[in-house]
Design a protein around this ligand. Sequence first.
Ligand code: G3D
Ligand code: MG
Length: 186
Amino acid sequence: MGLLTIIRKNQRKAKEMRILFLGLDNAGKTTILKRLNGDDIGSVSPTLGFEIKTFIHGKYTLNIWDVGGQRTLRPYWRNYFEQTDALVWVVDSSDRLRMQDCKEELHSLLQEDRLAGASLIVLANKQDLNGAMTDAEIKEALDLRSIRTHNWKIMPCSAITGQNVAEAVGWVVNDVAGRIYYNLGD
Ligand code: G3D
Ligand code: MG
């Protein structure tokens, strides 16, 4: 293998991003990923383990990990933290009763050393539902303003209508690329 080939291979590797989709169960993580992938969103079953989806986004390869969020599965989240470039925290904006649980889980994740460098986007999903909390309300409820450790953003979205689904990925890619790849060139 020539030197150029090796360099090219390494560059290709360097342009991979590892993105972790987390949130309480039923938030819509799997449906958002299906929507991104152009899959049928009529049939989504609860994620019991994890699934990895790979997308090409411009010059980047995104490896997206979709991990089950049921309470019994949450202790396993930590197995997926290593080398995470971005955390996508998906919220069911209509689930007011679990907003406190959602806030506690998010803030405890942000304490994790292995997630320290990761960008964070909070997706206020299910905006198509009547009575869904707005992104401003969710920002308050999850106390996002207190986050000093991560570069974060919140976006309203809907996996059903497709609102902001692609835009959210765009923000993640730009934020990670700005941090990591700004000096790599083409
Ligand atoms: P999860 O992977 O976070 O656990 P899922 O969540 O993707 O399995 O979605 C859980 C349920 O929420 C699914 O409904 C799914 O259709 C619904 N859902 C996901 N995103 C949206 C959205 O933006 N708007 C609305 N209205 N519903 C959404 P079921 O009925 O299959 O359990
Ligand atoms: Mg799921």
